[in-house]
Design a protein. Structure first.
Length: 245
């Protein structure tokens, strides 16, 4: 088999592995929604507190924590793969902006109605679809950065955003609304009849999607699967060691 004929096979295998990961995470997400049904009336203050939580709730919740990060990381990776097949960063930037804006509108309309069954709504919950959409809009600007800068920014946000947990702004501050959107989960009062809940502040997800895009060249056309696996294993070990430390 020639190298030219082997390349499509490698590409197909790589895409299948990404789709398989998406499928696995969808199963975890399904488990999480089933968990909400079974444990709806047996909630604890923090399901990650082992001493006060049933094992079934703890482990199902732990698995669920993989869902959003993997989806957002793969969104960034998919954006890079899209760019590999098109003319340049301009196409990728426009694609990300339009898709991201569509997801934001979808969260404000159809998704929120599915949660509240209110029209017009009195409460709008800004959840994971919103977070992915805003992250895509942010990435539409970040794609113009050099890859090293993009990776460094993504890693810094992911590793360091919890250092900002103690920073809060009161409702009287001009920074209250942007900070609630970026990092500090809370309520935004727009009128007597409308409140927004920033259930998924977007700053951490911007870091995750930037990392996904920055990892794109590891999945480039014709890249060696063995080398990619070694890099991913090393990056994962470094991340775990950093978390423990």
């Amino acid at each position: 088999m020639t190298s030219a004929s082997a390349t499509p096979s490698l590409i197909t295998q790589r895409l299948q592995s990404i789709d398989a990961l998406r499928g696995l995470v969808i199963l975890f997400m399904l488990l999480d929604h089933v968990r909400e049904t079974f444990f709806l009336h047996r909630q604890v203050s923090d399901p990650m507190t082992i001493e006060a939580t049933e094992p079934s709730l703890f482990f199902s919740r732990t698995l669920a924590h993989l869902c959003a990060p993997v989806f957002v990381l793969l969104t960034g990776l998919s954006a890079w793969l899209y760019g590999e097949k098109h003319l340049g960063r301009g196409d990728v930037s426009a694609f990300l902006f339009k898709r991201g804006l569509f997801l934001v509108v979808l969260e404000f309309t159809l998704v929120n109605f599915a949660w509240t069954f209110q029209l017009p709504p009195s409460v709008i919950y800004l959840q994971v679809i919103w977070a992915i959409g805003v992250s895509m809009i942010a990435l539409s600007l970040l794609v113009w950065l050099p890859r090293a800068a993009l990776l460094a920014l993504g890693a810094a946000i992911v590793a360091g955003h919890n250092l900002l947990d103690g920073l809060h702004f009161g409702v009287e501050s001009a920074l209250h609304v942007p900070w609630a959107i970026l990092h500090d989960r809370g309520w935004l009062e727009f009128s007597e009849n409308l409140r927004l809940r920033t259930s998924y502040p977007v700053l951490p997800w911007i870091g995750v999607i930037a990392l996904g895009y920055g990892l794109g060249p590891w999945f480039a056309r014709g890249s060696a699967a063995g080398q990619r696996q070694q890099r991913l294993l090393l990056a994962g070990l470094i991340a775990l060691l950093g978390f423990v430390a």
